[in-house]
Each structure stands twice: as structure tokens, then as C-alpha cells.
Ligand binder design. Structure first.
Ligand code: SAM
Length: 239
């Protein structure tokens, strides 16, 4: 937790917030703060700054909050991701938030197992918690939006063309002839397949919608590895 992300419900006054639960444990066990210490804080979808610990007990920490800095710029990339298996999904979600992705579409694909859609990690609370962990890791406050589309064809035919409009559109697919571009200076949309890859039919539909197939070389990467490699290749995500 390189920043404690504060939500409206944490504020008891315009400049006072109370931390409990995970964030409080982190203050005690990892940061080992004492009253009078300052920690980095940010308001969800707002400014960042510092929180002075004015009161610390085993059940809560009260912070005097000063918010005066903008969060880092986001990455101008819409990520369209075939729903990963639950264990990986949680990590990918946190990685996307850490790398500055603000628009994430989770889609179905032939090789996405039906059970993946039942995962509790898709609940609103769990999405927010994992995105929060990613934002806190990277010191950002802007909560990504997650869209869930459980039908591939209607999404690709009816919605994707609108999402792609005015943007560079790519589908990462091993074996395609074009290497993934680097250092884009325009907004982009990137589609990433499931563990078993997009089918030939699905790649065809994505191309029909306007996506260009790109590859990352002969090494086939796990989704959780491919996503950060693709993002940092397309944009200077950590620059
Ligand atoms: N056997 C699958 C295939 O050949 O498509 C492997 C899928 S890979 C584990 C999961 C996803 O990560 C792929 O659908 C693709 O979007 C992305 N990916 C992984 N390695 C890649 C590479 N070398 N080139 C392009 N995309 C890659």
C-alpha cells in the first residue's frame, strides 16, 4: 500500500478520515506508523496528498488529510480481455489498475470456461477491492471502469465497432505476421485472448470489427504476463 485510497464513507469531516480493516492493519504491521507520522493518501477519483495520523488505536486510525496533487496520467488504452480463470483474474485486475488502465471490458470467448463467470471476484465489492489494491500499489486514485459482456458475438458485432472508433485497434494473437507496435501516440484498444487463445473464428470477427492482429514473438505468454508486456510495449506505462 504505497498510498491509502480513501472513499467518501471514510471521511468524517472534509479534512478527516478514519481508516479501519485492511488499511489499518497495514499501518500497524507494515508501515508501523505512530501518531504524528504522515502517510501518502488519495481520494477515490480525486486528488492525492498526505494524511497525518492524529489518532491511532487497534481499531481505527484518524487522519488529517491534505489533498493537493493530481494522480498520474492514465494509459489511453481500452483493454478487452477474455475472462481469465479466477485466480489469475484477481492478479490481472490489480495489474491493470496499477498500470493505469481505466477502461476494461471482460468478454466471453469459446475457450473461457462457463464456471469462470461464477467467480465471486466479479462482485462489485470484490472488483472495487482488487482495483483499489492495484491503485494503492501504483499511487493512483482514478478507479477503472469494468464492463462485463458474457456473449462474444453481440459484443463484437454491436458494441466493439463503436469502442474502436477513432482508436488504433489491435488483437494480440500468437502467429500473426505483424509484430506488436511500440510507443503509440494515439489512443488504442487491445484485445487479449483466454488461456487457450482466441479461436480462428473469433480472431476473424475481431478483425472484421477493425482490429489488427499483432504478435509478441515466438514465446507464448500467460495472460497475466502478456497484459503488462503488451501495455508497456504500446505505451510508456512506467515512463
Ligand atoms: N495457445 C494459445 C494461442 O496460441 O493463442 C495461447 C494463448 S495465451 C496463453 C493467452 C493470450 O495472451 C493470447 O490469446 C494473446 O492474446 C496473448 N499472448 C500471449 N503470448 C502472445 C504472443 N507471443 N503474441 C501475441 N499474443 C500473445
Amino acid at each position: 500500500m504505497n498510498l491509502a485510497l480513501l472513499f467518501d464513507e471514510d471521511f468524517v469531516a472534509p479534512d478527516r478520515a478514519i481508516l479501519t480493516g485492511r488499511r489499518l492493519s497495514h499501518l500497524h504491521t507494515v508501515l508501523k506508523v505512530a501518531a504524528g507520522d504522515h502517510i501518502p493518501v488519495g481520494r477515490s477519483n480525486g486528488l492525492m496528498g498526505t494524511g497525518e495520523v492524529v489518532r491511532l488505536t487497534s481499531t481505527e486510525a484518524e487522519l488529517r488529510v491534505t489533498l493537493d496533487q493530481q494522480p498520474p496520467p492514465s494509459v489511453p488504452l481500452t483493454l478487452v480481455l477474455a475472462m481469465p480463470r479466477p485466480k489469475m483474474f484477481r492478479r490481472v485486475l490489480q495489474t491493470c489498475a496499477s498500470l493505469g488502465i481505466k477502461d476494461l471490458w471482460l468478454i466471453n470467448s469459446y475457450k473461457v470456461e462457463k464456471s469462470f463467470w461464477q467467480t465471486p471476484w466479479l462482485s462489485e465489492d470484490n472488483l472495487r477491492e482488487n482495483l483499489t489494491l492495484g491503485l494503492e500499489q501504483a499511487r493512483d486514485t482514478v478507479m477503472p471502469t469494468v464492463h462485463i459482456r458474457k456473449l462474444f458475438k453481440p459484443f463484437v458485432e454491436d458494441e466493439l465497432p463503436g469502442i474502436l472508433a477513432g482508436k488504433r485497434a489491435l488483437v494480440a494473437h500468437p502467429g500473426t505476421p505483424t509484430p506488436c507496435p511500440v510507443h503509440l501516440d494515439e489512443p488504442a484498444v487491445l484485445c487479449v485472448g483466454p488461456e487457450g487463445g482466441f479461436t480462428h473464428y473469433e480472431v476473424g470477427k475481431l478483425e472484421e470489427a477493425g482490429c489488427e492482429g499483432v504478435h509478441l514473438g515466438p514465446r507464448i505468454l500467460r495472460v497475466e504476463t502478456a497484459v503488462p508486456v503488451l501495455i508497456s510495449r504500446l505505451f510508456d506505462a512506467c515512463g
